[in-house]
Design a protein. Structure first.
Length: 493
C-alpha cells in the first residue's frame, strides 16, 4: 500500500475500535483520486467540457445484523465518520428485517491496475479536441444533418481496508467514446446511426485505444452510409420472424434481461421500489431453465473491460463463474452481505460464495450488488454470414433507440436503429424503426444459433443506473451474434 502511513494507521485504529464497540465487521474505502472528464462536440461545436475531481472515504460497519454507512471528504474527521456509521447501524438495528452477516473471508492483500499506456488525464486538451474534430470532419457529409462526438474518461485510485486485515490498492481507467449521425427521413422523422467504442476484449484501456483509427474513427464512413440507407427505407412491418442480434443490440438485451434480474438484492426485493425486482426466486438457483442449451452466460475476467477491477468493494477477488450453463440458472450476481438470507429463503445452500459484485459509484455511496462482466460465451455456429445463410425469414438488428422492460424483467420491448431483412439466406433490404418484444424465459429458450469467437464483441456500458440514491456504474458485456426463433417484431403479433 502506498497511501500515507499516518492515514493507514488512523483507518486501522478505527476499524479496531469498531470491533471493540461490538461490530462483527467494518471496512473503509479511501478514494485518493476519483476523476472524470466529459467532452461533447455537436455539429463541430464544443458543447461540453466537464471535468471533476473527488477525494474522500466511505465507512461501513455491521452491528447486531444491521449495516451502518457514513462518508466524509474531510480526512481530519475520519474518527467522526466511523462514529456516524456506528450510530447509523445501531439505529437500523431497531427496525431490522433479516439480519445481515458477512460470513468469514481470509485477509486479502493485493493490487490491481488495468493495462494502459497513455493516461487520458495527462493528454493536453488540444490533442483530445483535434482527435474529436478529425472524427467530426469525417462525419460532416451529406446526408448527415446533425452529428455528435463524445469522449468520456474516468480514473480512480482506491485503497480498501477491512477488519479482517485485508488491504487492497486498485486503479480504474475507463475510456468511452461515441459517434452519432442524424438526419430526417422521407417522412420527416429523425433517424440515427451510432457507434460506441468496443473491443474483442483484449488491449489497453488508455487514450491510445480511442486514438487508434481502427478502433474508433474507422467506423465513421460505415455509419454515414447506413444512415443514408435508413432515410429512404420503409418501417419494419409487423410479423413473427427470426431475430439475429448483433452485439450492439445483444449487449443491452443481456444487460436488461440477464444481468439485472440476476442481481441478488433485486431477487430478495431490496430494489423493488427503486430500480425494480426480479422474476427469479432464490429457490430457482440451480433448477430454473432460463434458456435453451445454447445459452451460456458467464461472469468473465476480461482484460479490456470497465467490468474488470480486480477486487470488489468488499475486498473479494474477482473470479470467473457461470450464471447460466447450458440454459440452466446456476448462480447469481452477489456480494457477501446477503448470502445467508438467500440460502435461508431457498431452504438450502444455493450460493456458495460471493460473486465479487459489491460495487459503489463513489466514496460517498455504499456498495450494492452490481453487474461486472456479464457475458455470453461464443458458440460454434459460425460467422454472422453463416447464421444469415441458415435463416429463411428474419431480421438483423443493431443498436438500441428505446427500451421498455417489466419491473421484474419478465418481459421487454426494444426499438433499434436499423434492421436488415433476411430472406432465404440472403440480406435483402434495410428497414427503419424496427422493434421486437418478448417474454424473457420464452425468448432465451428460442435461442438456437450462437456465433463463433469472430462475432464476439466486448461492449462497454458507462451509465447503468441503480439504487436509491441512484448510482451510475460502468459495466462490460461480451456477446456474440445470436439468433432467436419466431420473435414478435414490429408492433403486431
Amino acid at each position: 500500500m502506498t497511501v500515507s502511513g499516518s492515514l493507514t494507521a488512523i483507518i486501522k485504529e478505527q476499524l479496531q475500535r469498531a470491533l471493540d464497540a461490538g461490530c462483527s465487521f467494518a471496512d473503509a474505502r479511501y478514494y485518493e483520486e476519483d476523476s472524470t472528464q466529459s467532452l461533447i462536440l455537436y455539429d463541430g461545436n464544443l458543447e461540453s467540457n466537464y471535468r471533476r475531481f473527488e477525494r474522500g472515504i466511505g465507512v461501513r460497519v455491521l452491528k447486531n445484523g444491521a449495516v451502518g454507512f457514513a462518508a466524509t471528504a474531510d480526512l481530519d474527521r475520519i474518527p467522526d465518520c466511523f462514529a456516524r456509521a456506528l450510530a447509523n447501524a445501531e439505529a437500523a438495528a431497531v427496525l431490522l428485517g433479516f439480519p445481515k452477516d458477512m460470513g468469514s473471508q481470509p485477509p486479502v492483500h493485493g493490487t490491481y491496475k488495468p493495462p494502459f499506456e497513455k493516461d487520458p488525464f495527462t493528454v493536453p486538451l488540444p490533442e483530445i479536441l483535434n482527435l474529436m474534430k478529425t472524427v467530426d470532419q469525417q462525419l460532416n457529409e451529406k446526408p448527415v444533418e446533425h452529428r455528435m462526438v463524445r469522449f468520456y474518461f474516468q480514473k480512480r485510485r482506491i485503497f480498501y481496508f477491512n477488519s479482517e486485515g485485508s488491504e487492497i490498492e486498485r486503479w480504474v481507467m475507463n475510456p468511452f467514446a461515441n459517434m452519432t449521425v442524424m438526419a430526417r427521413d422521407n417522412e420527416n422523422r429523425t433517424q440515427r446511426r451510432s457507434y460506441d467504442l468496443d473491443s474483442d476484449g483484449t488491449g489497453a484501456r488508455g487514450f491510445e485505444w480511442v486514438a487508434n483509427p481502427a478502433s474508433f474513427a474507422a467506423h465513421a464512413d460505415r455509419i454515414k452510409s447506413e444512415l443514408g440507407q435508413l432515410l429512404s427505407a420503409e418501417t419494419l412491418p409487423p410479423a413473427r420472424r427470426d431475430v439475429i442480434l448483433l452485439p450492439g443490440q445483444g449487449h443491452l438485451q443481456v444487460h436488461e434481461t440477464i444481468g439485472h434480474p440476476l442481481e441478488l438484492d433485486r431477487i430478495l426485493g431490496y430494489e423493488l421500489s427503486f430500480a425494480g425486482g426480479s422474476h427469479v426466486k432464490p429457490q430457482d438457483i440451480g433448477t430454473l431453465r432460463y434458456g435453451s442449451e445454447k445459452l451460456n452466460a458467464v461472469v468473465m475476467i476480461v482484460e479490456n473491460s470497465p467490468g474488470t477491477f480486480g477486487y470488489d468493494d468488499e475486498g473479494t477477488p474477482q473470479h470467473q463463474y457461470y450464471l447460466i450453463k447450458n440454459g440452466i440458472l446456476v448462480n447469481v450476481l452477489c456480494c457477501r452481505l446477503d448470502l445467508g438470507e438467500a440460502n435461508a429463503k431457498a431452504g438450502k445452500k444455493v450460493i456458495e460464495r460471493s460473486g465479487a459484485s459489491a460495487r459503489a459509484a463513489g466514496f460517498y455511496k455504499t456498495p450494492i450488488d452490481r453487474m461486472t462482466n456479464v457475458c455470453v460465451e461464443w458458440g460454434s455456429d459460425g460467422t454472422l454470414e453463416d447464421i444469415v445463410r441458415a435463416t429463411e425469414n428474419g431480421v438483423i438488428l443493431d443498436m438500441p433507440v428505446s427500451w421498455s422492460i417489466g419491473s421484474n424483467r419478465e418481459h421487454f420491448h426494444f426499438g433499434c436503429e436499423i434492421a436488415w431483412e433476411v430472406k432465404d439466406g440472403r440480406r435483402t433490404k434495410v428497414y427503419k424503426n424496427p422493434t421486437y418484444q418478448g417474454h424473457t424465459l420464452e425468448f432465451y429458450n428460442s435461442l438456437d444459433m450462437v456465433g463463433d469467437r469472430s462475432t464476439w464483441r466486448l461492449v462497454q456500458v458507462p451509465n447503468c443506473g441503480k439504487g436509491e440514491p441512484n448510482q451510475i456504474m460502468e459495466v462490460g458485456h461480451g456477446v456474440p451474434v445470436m439468433r432467436f426463433r419466431n420473435v414478435i417484431t414490429g408492433e403486431g403479433r
